[in-house]
Design a protein around this ligand. Structure first.
Ligand code: SF4
Length: 85
């Protein structure tokens, strides 16, 4: 077993730097009629069915740091490119 609160503190030290936050992917998706979405790095749980296991257990090895403005800009850009409403 592990303590998710303790894991959150450890994970935060890796994935957050001032106002920067780690993301490993920006992408369009067909869900909800079409969306643009960002996949962040950093989780304090360890679900057995996790689809992002590599990023969850080794956050230091995945993603890059982005500002909130960078993230918003990328999401809007994807939405425009894919003509999402
Ligand atoms: S599925 Fe993976 S990313 Fe989602 S809460 Fe569980 S461990 Fe975290």
């Amino acid at each position: 077993m592990f303590d998710p609160l303790e894991m959150a503190v450890i994970t935060e030290r890796i994935v957050c730097k001032d106002n920067l936050r780690k993301y490993y992917r920006f992408r369009p998706s067909r869900f909800y009629g079409g969306i643009s979405t960002a996949d962040s790095v950093g989780c304090c749980l360890r679900c057995v069915f996790c689809w992002s296991w590599r990023e969850v257990v080794r956050p230091e090895e995945y993603g890059k740091y982005y500002t909130p403005e960078d993230v918003a800009s990328r999401l809007v850009s994807i939405a425009k490119k894919k003509k999402l409403h």
